[in-house]
Design a protein around this ligand. Structure first.
Ligand SMILES: [Ca+2]
Ligand SMILES: [Ca+2]
Length: 224
């Protein structure tokens, strides 16, 4: 039964008595959740968290399709956020559609309740105009230990994108030696480091650390 309103009419077997009731079915099943930074700068990578809510009985495998606006975003990477749950495979189905398949490690690693499942790294494409982009879960199927499959409700998150360019770490509208200096001073920092939010724009490849690949990428942008 899908969420919504329905009128149910009951007639006794001899046909002598009929009763109607309007019933409202609310969604009580499992639903997906997506959370992301509400605003990012073009050229910057950012994290999207995929979770589930209201998982009543433990599930052991999950199949999701992420849909995103390709004029605004690109998919960089994804990982499981849960011990005992692996992102087994991921595949680009078509432009702007990425599928993820996860599976648990054994009977004790079933997923229940309201878990965070995956962290997805996206990048806002370079853009000289600000705007809004949508990222959605367009398909979600989960399955329990007996192999019963169930659809989970879908979800969407909107992200505001401020105009910008890749490699412009200090936000002055050009890529130059100042950006490289800022990144060089942040060398070795990771997403776990204090102050990451101030320097994460130097993480050009979106792997949550600032290292030689990012410095090389900024230098490359300077020469372009
Ligand atoms: Ca700059
Ligand atoms: Ca990096």
């Amino acid at each position: 039964m899908k969420p919504g309103n329905a009128t149910i009419t009951v007639t006794t077997e001899d046909g002598g008595f009929t009763a109607s009731r309007l019933v409202t079915v609310t969604s009580k099943g499992t639903a997906t959740t997506l959370t992301a930074d509400p605003s990012v700068r073009a050229g910057q990578s950012f994290l999207v968290k995929l979770g589930l809510i209201q998982v009543a009985t433990p599930i052991f495998a999950e199949d999701f399709v992420l849909d995103y606006d390709t004029s605004r975003f690109e998919f960089i990477a994804a990982k499981s956020l849960r011990t005992g749950v692996n992102l087994v495979t991921t595949k680009q189905l078509e432009s702007g559609k990425q599928r993820f398949i996860l599976a648990s490690e054994g009977i004790l690693s079933g997923v229940t309740g309201n878990p965070d499942l995956m962290e997805i790294t996206m990048r806002a494409k370079d853009s000289s105009t600000s705007g809004t982009g949508r990222i959605s879960i367009s398909q979600a199927t989960v399955a329990d230990e007996t192999g019963n499959e169930q659809s989970a409700s879908l979800s969407t998150v909107q992200v505001e994108i401020a105009a910008g360019m890749i490699g412009d770490v200090n936000g002055d509208g050009k890529v130059s030696i100042g950006d490289l200096a800022l990144a060089a001073a942040a060398y070795g920092m990771t997403s776990e480091s204090p102050g990451w939010s101030q320097v994460k724009r130097a993480d050009l490849n979106g792997d949550n650390k600032i290292d030689i690949s990012d410095l090389a990428a900024i230098a490359h942008q300077i020469l372009k």
